[in-house]
Design a protein. Structure first.
Length: 139
């Protein structure tokens, strides 16, 4: 009969995955270095070309940044106008709704008062204020 202590321990090995982009970066760096070593131009000419291309790249990046900034400002102004128009429409609609509710409330109150007056008149045996044809039935 075996004891639980007789079992061998299980060992787990965890391997870390290395990023494949690291190899891409190192390959590009080594390739650029080899290209500079075997370049047909002299070191002075190569450095001059690198500076020239760097200046053009910087100018292009600044131009694109300015374009992006302009488009962002234009977009934000359009969004601002859209929101302001929406708020204005909501204010107008809210005003119309408030007026409609006030009008409906006063009309309902007037109708209730008229019906109460008619009911009191009927209890006293007096004629109604309006004809039965004009009064809508109550559900």
């Amino acid at each position: 009969m075996k004891n639980q202590d007789d079992h061998d321990d299980v060992v787990y090995v965890v391997r870390e995955q290395e990023a494949p982009l690291r190899y891409l970066f190192w390959g590009a760096a080594i390739g650029a270095g080899l290209a500079l070593l075997f370049a047909p131009n002299s070191g002075t000419e190569t450095r001059r070309q690198i500076r020239s291309k760097a200046r053009r790249f910087r100018a292009l990046a600044e131009e694109k940044y300015d374009e992006f900034e302009d488009r962002l400002a234009e977009g934000s102004s359009r969004v601002k106008e859209f929101v302001e128009d929406g708020v204005e429409d909501l204010k107008i609609n809210a005003g119309e709704l408030t007026d409609a509710v006030k009008g409906a409330g006063s009309t309902a109150r007037e109708e209730l008062e008229r019906r109460l007056k008619d009911a009191r008149a009927r209890r006293r045996g007096q004629p109604e204020t309006e004809s039965a044809e004009e009064v809508e039935p109550v559900a």
